[in-house]
Design a protein around this ligand. Sequence first.
Ligand SMILES: *Cc1c(COP(=O)(O)O)cnc(C)c1O
Length: 503
Amino acid sequence: MGDAPLLSDVLPDGPPLYLEPRLAPLAAALLEGGAFLHALVDALGSPLNVVLPDQIAENAERFRAVYRRHSLGGRIFFAHKTNRSSALLRRLAATGPGVGVDVASLGELQHALGAGFGPDRIVATGPKDPDFLWLAVLTGVTVNADGAEELDRAAALVRDHGLPRVRVLLRLSDFETGTGVRRLSRRSRFGTPTAALARLLDTAERYRDQLEPVGVAYHLDTTSPDEKATALAGCLRAMEELQKRGFGPRVIDIGGGFGVGYLAHADQWERYTSALTDAVMGRRPPLTWGGHGYGLHAENGTLRGSLGLYPAHREVTGAAYLDELLSRPAPGLDRPLGTLLLESLHDLYTEPGRALADQCGLSLARVLEVRRTDAGETFVRLAMNAGDVSLEDHGVLMDPVLLPRDPTPADTRGPVGVHLMGNLCLEADLITRRTVFLPRLPRPGDLLAFANTAGYCMDFGATRAQQQPVARKVAVHRADDGSWHWCLDEQYWPHTPPGGPQA
Ligand SMILES: *Cc1c(COP(=O)(O)O)cnc(C)c1O
């Protein structure tokens, strides 16, 4: 590596624009022990996914604490689609009756039952294919119904097979303010628009012997607390409609979307996004492959479009976001939403996905090749492809952490800007279209660790394209003496985590 480029070659355009990941203590400690992670990749190959089951238990406890603070009953349902891991699910199953799982396919339902969740701790959400609905109805999980047609099909299964009544939640969408004029929440292709609630209740009334409507639900894919407050207030009104029809509803399910803060430093995020704007406007050299603007472009000297990125630096996320939502005054009323829930004696269901998986895993890739092009760019090719770490797909911009094979390299030349290439013969297979700044040039054999990938980025989009290996997944546990232990994800059970039972 004697011909490694000099700093002046690779950083002609000012200081590096780092986007350093926020790391919780457990993940930070794991990354500090680079030798352990190198040994894992040596044994199991690259890419490799690592999950931290103890972290998800800690995250669930933070959500439980918010329920306690607001004196609310109910349950937290982990949105399974976030991650396929068995270890995370089994660890959650062992946290107690206050935590359940939200499943959105037949496979996820089977997985949840097999991880030890009883039917009362499972909600089935999303549109349901016939076999998924059948197993949901047969096992008696709560069916979060996407619409009237699903009520028809669930009721028919109960009637035709002589099954017990099934608990259903009515998923609503398109919430309006109290005056009913302006639509405030974004449109969703899921759920029944609130304007059609009366007809949905007509349907529910026909099936009194088959279905028990226990409440209403929503899930809004937005970071806006205003929209969520509007939806929650809309649910409180909908509960009154159910009561008027003689049902005994007791649950409001406010879905997920509590968010994650990915970056450690707000100023890095601000500097990066304003530099990206400058680059799009041609005021500085491109910061991306091919001048990609992440939704922004210049038109006759004017900035157009909008940044299509996850707000990677966020102060209030996860359980704290829920706390803040419950503390907000209900739209049109002066009382906090949490108080209204408490006084109405409704149970609160939440379905956090990304927020429960926060800091629960990382994705490792080995550096295969470091190449300098004639055009003066530096390519770092990884034993991983864009599907293995779909940060980019989810609009999350965050630097990987460099874990050198040799922790004390002879020449440390300082920061570099590189392009991260995947292992597919596809022009589009860039791990990110962004120029990534690293504290020094990686070498073949080094590892790049992508932090905080357990939420959607780890396995949602993984494929076997070109017969490249799909990442194996391991569960890692830190023993009381600080030592690290691992097992394959499917081998993990909470009563005997790798390294021995919990103290
Ligand atoms: C995806 C999904 C969630 C989880 O959303 P997050 O943003 O990951 O918290 C919860 N509920 C439903 C119905 C979903 O589709």
